[in-house]
Design a binder for this molecule. Structure first.
Ligand code: BJW
Ligand code: ZN
Length: 242
């Protein structure tokens, strides 16, 4: 299947879903996780992205999240994000599902977004559960942010390893994957579950599944088409054919 035939299929489709991962934001300057030079090449996941890490070294964990919040604040959505905003406008039932926490789909103007792993701009209290506003969080640059309601620690609103995803968001993503006619997978290594199970749900329910990635992934041999190359080029190319 080539991009032209995918464009023809999209023109006839009512229900389309897209799953994105860190690769779609790479061209904006946000590091991925598992590529050489990615986040996990420098840090061990269990030392920063787990409740155990937060309980033993909250200052270290927050320092890392403050740094990442600063990085994403300084970058902009790229042509890959923008192409998906255009695609949403053309499809009657469109759902974007992202594993990314960088808020770039939202900043690009995407409307229907399910954020599976949370968002760097949000935080909530470990004791009373109260969320803090992004503006409040921005007052803290290095130190551990404190809950304005009860004085205990805030934590990033991010799903760490071993934590359950928000069941409403996950169920909605599963339902979307089961119902869609076309499911696009862009810039993810498709290694982290339950997100990596969504393309399989789509395949098992008869959807056509297409992958956009620089490289082959665990999913590549199962999909109906693999488009190799940077999403910032391949997705706009697809949109130009619609
Ligand atoms: C481009 C490109 C360009 C580059 N254009 N392409 C076995 C052992 C241990 C645990 C498990 C296990 N089996 C399952 C688990 C559970 C675990 C899991 O899946 N682990 C796997 C690693 C095996 N999952 C969980 O723990 C989840 N929770 C859960 O399952 O709850 C139930 C449960 C409870 C109790 C016990 C057990 C289960 C939660 C997962 C939360 C994931 N969170 C993270 C980090 C958050 C921290 C943070 O960001 O601050 O989310 S992990 C990290 O990976 C991040 C990402 O969202 C996620 C996915 O990564 P992604 O997006 O795919 O990025 P990369 O870097 O992997 O890939 C980038 C891709 O882009 C590559 O393919 C490139 O080629 C490509 N690319 N540039 C196109 N320009
Ligand atoms: Zn509190």
């Amino acid at each position: 299947m080539n991009l032209e035939s995918l464009a023809q299929s999209l023109k006839k489709s009512t229900r389309v879903a897209v799953l994105t991962g860190a690769g779609i934001s790479a061209e904006s300057g946000v590091p991925t996780f598992r590529d050489p030079g990615g986040i996990w090449a420098k840090f061990r996941p269990e030392e920063l992205a787990s409740m155990d890490a937060f309980l033993s070294h909250p200052e270290r964990v927050w320092e890392w999240y403050h740094m990442r919040r600063k990085t994403v604040h300084e970058v902009k959505p790229n042509p890959g994000h923008k192409a998906l905003v255009q695609l949403e406008k053309l499809i009657p039932e469109f759902q974007l599902i992202t594993q990314n926490v960088d808020d770039l789909h939202n900043r690009a103007g995407q409307k229907n977004i399910l954020e599976l792993h949370g968002n760097l701009t949000r935080s909530y209290c470990v004791s009373c559960g109260e969320p803090a506003s992004p503006d409040y969080l921005n007052q803290f640059e290095k130190e551990i942010p404190i809950c304005p309601a009860c004085g205990d620690k805030l934590r990033p609103d991010i799903i760490w390893f071993g934590e359950m995803l928000n069941p409403e968001i996950l169920n909605s993503a599963i339902e979307t994957a089961r119902r869609c006619e076309i499911f696009l997978v862009a810039g993810t290594s498709a290694l982290v579950y339950p997100a990596a199970g969504l393309p399989l749900e789509a395949l098992n329910n008869g959807a056509q599944v297409f992958e956009f990635n620089l490289e082959e992934t665990a999913l590549s041999h199962l999909v109906h088409g693999h488009f190799s190359g940077p999403c910032g080029e391949s997705l706009p190319q697809l949109l130009s054919l619609l």
